[in-house]
Design a binder for this molecule. Sequence first.
Ligand SMILES: Nc1ncnc2c1ncn2[C@@H]1O[C@H](COP(=O)(O)OP(=O)(O)OP(=O)(O)O)[C@@H](O)[C@H]1O
Ligand SMILES: [Mg+2]
Length: 606
Amino acid sequence: FMDITEHKQFESELRNRESRLRRQAATLTELARCHELLDGNPESFFRKLVQTAAETLGVERVGIWLYTSGKDRIVCHECYHLSTGERSRGAELPVSSNPTYFDELDSARFIDADDALQDARTRDFADTYLKPLGITAMLDAPIRRKGQTVGVLCHEHCGGGPRNWQPDEKAYAASLADLAAMVLEAADRVRAEADRERLARAVTQSHEAMMITDVSGKILYVNPAFERITGYSPRETLGRNPRILKSGEHDAAFYEKMWATLRSGRVWKGRMVNRRKDGTLFHADEVITPIRNEEGEIVNYVAVCRDITRELHLEQQLMQAVKLESVGRMAGGIAHDFNNLLTTILGFAQLIVDMSDPKSPIYNEAREILRAAERGAELTRQLLTLSKSRLTQIRPLDINAVVRNMHQLLRRTLGEDIELVTVLGEDIGSVRANETLLEQVIINLAVNARDAMPGGGKLSIETLAVELDERFCAQRIGVRPGRYVRLRLTDTGQGIPPEILAHVFEPFYTTKEKGRGSGLGLTTVYSIVKQLSGYIEIQSQPGRGTTVDIYLPVVPEEPEAQVEIVESRGALSRGNETVLVVEDEDTVRHLTVRMLRSLGYHVLEA
Ligand SMILES: Nc1ncnc2c1ncn2[C@@H]1O[C@H](COP(=O)(O)OP(=O)(O)OP(=O)(O)O)[C@@H](O)[C@H]1O
Ligand SMILES: [Mg+2]
């Protein structure tokens, strides 16, 4: 016979190993498929993993340890105790406590210390770690990412003696460690995806236009705000050069300087004028940043741009309003002084005329003085319109009636070659105004239109009831939402280039030859409109005619009492009553006294 003990032993060992392998394979597959791994949730995956490992291999303690970021300590993230089913975490070991072990961990596939208290790699842990916990054998598999050891999966046998780790057990431990590495990888990927999504949401929803180009300037990405501001869709921009936005407002040196800054790796900040797809220009506050890769090379440029056209426009309007206000006040002040002087000149000249013989040379000379002084007075009167101190009669007024009454006058002013069309809106309500002031406005605008159409054309005057909303008013300075009457004059004249348009309201600004225009027309119009709490706006382009819009607030329905008084002068009357003259300006008082006396009055001076 033969001894089959050995054979039997071998057979049962084989069967054992087979069932172990089957179990190992099944648990590995199960772990590899679980959602915690795919979702990148290390915490709960580690819980499953250490328990599975302990149960499959029959090891008392299985733990996952990860290095701290400085790699000077290793911390237990999850540990399962097989006999009690307990879990623990948070234990820490300094790397310096066992350099041999940690060095080995960096290069070996596993550390299989059958007798941990004797093994050269683990025995330094004996007094501080192994003995206190009763650990006698260790099977440790490093967890590696991108070739770097980031932690370790520790199987700690507490059986009172050594344990002979089997090859299949070692392979299994190594596979589990790989799964642990995978879940860390997945967690990073999920985090990166969330970051990317957040970033993408921020960029796509950003109010500011963003554009990413490669180093040659080829556009790789534009966000929705870019399309909103420029009018170009991504399809029309990708692969092209930002040159498509060039406005022609900057010279070659401007762009060269910008590129030089960028190529040298510095951020470029500045304002530039760009052209939208529809041809209109916009002002942009722009920051362009060179983006570097990990090697430090510039690989992209990212441009962030804010459309500040509206802000600039409002700023200009504000500056214009402030300037006109102060210039107007100054002109009004000067005119007031001049008026006093002219009154004196006119008065004395009139006295000389009255007292001298019409045949004498002095009579004619005095008439000359009178004429010149009258022209001067006319000019100062116009200037006085600019100062608000003047007294005027303001009352609810029907603009349509004013326009209708002016028809004849306008026809005559415009001449035969200009067609006059009036379109008067219905139920436009009343505005607080003064007939003379409104006439002054319309006549000034009509004369300007006429002068802009030397070869003939068409002037249309329209009135319309309009409701100005928040959006309209947000774009403009000095107008509040509400009901208005819009008085619009449109001509088919030569139009106004932007550089001139910016100045038309300024006093004495004229493009007309000397003696033709005083440059006070629009200044007067502006100040009257302001005085009537209205708003004026001119739109014009060379060759496309000019449209002037004046908005005057509608007065509430209830019939309002008449307001304010006039400064009217009736025909000179004579009399013999006693008059007290009060006037602080000496010359004017002196003159008034003399004139009243010459008219027969008895005068007292004060
Ligand atoms: N309808 C228009 N079409 C073209 N240009 C205009 C028009 N209205 C005004 N302008 C321009 O604006 C300038 C200023 O106009 P404004 O009425 O203030 O002065 P003016 O007409 O030159 O002189 P004044 O009105 O005092 O006789 C004009 O010289 C002209 O260049
Ligand atoms: Mg004018």
